[in-house]
Design a protein around this ligand. Structure first.
Ligand code: NAP
Length: 286
């Protein structure tokens, strides 16, 4: 069994998932890099992560694992793979997701496309989190007492072990989207799935608090990735016009750094919380 903390990241063959994996690697997490169809992309992520860790003097292992989060058998296999390869799980990052398949107006949306999106973007995270949470409980996650309240990680701790004096303090992160509250009438299914992930975060946060498992929603704004590449020009202009107070695209690294702060237990007394990684997009302005 590894002594590094272990993170399982869904949809880490490219984009935001890859950014999260790289940042976690730099603080010494072993990784399970999940993908759906891009095996080469996943291999690249794993190689990049090992190199990124090495560059800061850490040794990590990154293994790739194919699996469609929308399928029950694949979710079971992902957890079994993590168990076999590493013997522990400290962090599940539910990142995999697809955009609205037909991008149809709500008046023309199709049921088959709706079902396909919901399977990946909502049912997948809900039931993968269930599997992970049950394993985390089995591994001994329990209520922190005053003696086990995590201390701020010291430089020496970071990347060596899960940096908390109470021992095992696993976490679950759910990647939602500003589309969970900002309407796009041609992506109703995507918006609704992302909105539901907010409630899912609060459900699991409440249920798992007695086990010392914190659960967070990470809510990215507009992030440069394959998903947003087709709308690059539109958002270049919107950012220039002040779409968000911070006038630039977000990057996968921005999201990865936020997830890393959570993984390192910098928010031990916060759970069910939404961490906006959106350049301030969510701030209402007059
Ligand atoms: N980009 C944005 O602006 C933005 C903003 C807010 C939220 N988000 C959310 O952030 C997450 C990542 O987005 P992204 O921009 O990085 O997207 P992306 O570049 O399209 O990458 C999607 C990732 O998810 C994987 N994936 C897709 N379907 C899957 C399935 N059924 N099972 C397992 N993995 C699957 C893909 O694997 P393959 O490579 O194998 O297909 C890929 O690794 C998504 O949940 C998205 O909704 C994105």
């Amino acid at each position: 069994m590894t002594t590094n903390p272990v993170a399982l990241i869904t949809g880490a063959s490219r984009g935001i998932g890859r950014g999260i994996a790289q940042e976690l690697a730099k603080v010494g997490h072993d990784l399970v890099v999940n993908f759906s169809s891009s095996a080469d992309g996943a291999r690249q992520t794993a190689a990049d992560c090992v190199a990124a860790a090495k560059a800061v003097g850490k040794t990590i292992r990154a293994e790739i694992c194919q699996g469609d989060v929308g399928k029950a058998a694949d979710r079971e296999r992902l957890i079994a793979f993590t168990r076999e390869q590493f013997g522990r799980l400290d962090l599940l990052v539910n990142n995999a997701g697809i955009t609205s398949i037909g991008r149809r107006d709500v008046l023309e949306a199709r049921e088959d496309e709706f079902d396909a999106l919901m399977a990946i973007n909502l049912k997948g995270p809900y039931f993968l989190s269930q599997l992970a949470a049950n394993w985390m409980i089995e591994q001994g996650a329990r209520t922190p007492t005053s003696a086990t309240v995590p201390e701020k990680p010291s430089a020496a701790d970071v990347g060596v072990r899960a940096p908390c004096c109470g021992g095992y303090r696993p976490k679950i992160v759910i990647v939602s989207s500003i589309s969970g509250y900002a309407v796009s009438t041609n992506r109703g299914d995507y918006c609704m799935a992302k909105a539901a992930l907010g409630m899912m975060t609060r459900l699991y946060a409440t249920r798992l608090a007695d086990h010392g498992i914190n659960v967070y929603e990470v809510c990215p704004g507009v992030i440069a990735s394959d998903m947003t590449a087709p709308v690059k020009e539109k958002y270049d202009k919107l950012f220039a016009d002040g779409l968000a107070p911070i006038r630039r695209w977000g990057t996968p690294e921005d999201v990865g750094r936020a997830v890393t702060a959570l993984a390192l237990d910098y928010l031990p007394y916060s759970t069910g919380e939404t961490i906006n990684v959106d350049g301030g997009f969510h701030v209402r302005r007059l």
